[in-house]
Ligand binder design. Structure first.
Ligand code: HEC
Length: 139
């Protein structure tokens, strides 16, 4: 009986190690408190309104957003910004993002995003989400 069990125990060990490694990898997110309803709504809005062109960690039609808050506009490497964004001295903050999402052309004339968010409440939720999500280190 003992001889028969041991191979399966040995087979089980790598699996257990894999599960432990996965759990360790997921540890930080498991340890985080669940996001507040406002952050969840902000995230859903970000994904539906911005996600077609942006993501946190990869350039798409628009630049990646990781590290956005406190960064100067037009400065993420390897993204082909408009001349207007590259020349801009705007610093991304809740207040510059509010203007940008209301009317990008009003903040940086000549920009090429040309996409705005009409609802003040949606802008607030998206900016709150960006503030919370973009300062994390990449996965
Ligand atoms: C249709 C595509 C598109 C959509 C939708 C879009 N963007 Fe953009 N975004 C861009 C492009 C393109 C740029 C670069 C503009 C330039 O270089 O002039 C940009 C630039 C930006 C920048 C400046 C980043 C930097 O590194 O300076 C921010 C911030 C931004 N977008 C936020 C958002 C948010 C938040 C949303 C959703 C509400 C959104 N964008 C929706 C295409 C888009």
């Amino acid at each position: 009986m003992k001889r028969r069990q041991s191979p399966s125990v040995r087979r089980g060990a790598p699996l257990a190690a894999t599960i432990l490694a996965l759990l360790a990898g997921w540890g930080p997110s498991l340890a985080e408190p669940p996001p507040s309803p406002a952050l969840s709504r902000g995230r859903a809005l970000y994904e539906s309104r911005c996600g077609g062109c942006h993501s946190l960690d990869a350039h798409r039609v628009g630049p990646l957003h990781r590290g956005l808050m406190g960064r100067q506009a037009g400065r993420v490497p390897h993204f082909d910004y408009s001349a207007a964004l590259r020349a801009s001295a705007v610093m991304w903050s809740a207040s510059t993002l509010e203007t940008w999402l209301r009317d990008p052309e009003a903040l940086i004339p000549g920009q090429q995003m040309n996409y705005s968010v009409g609802s003040a409440e949606d802008r607030r939720l998206i900016i709150q989400y960006l503030g919370a999500a973009t300062h994390d280190s990449p996965p």
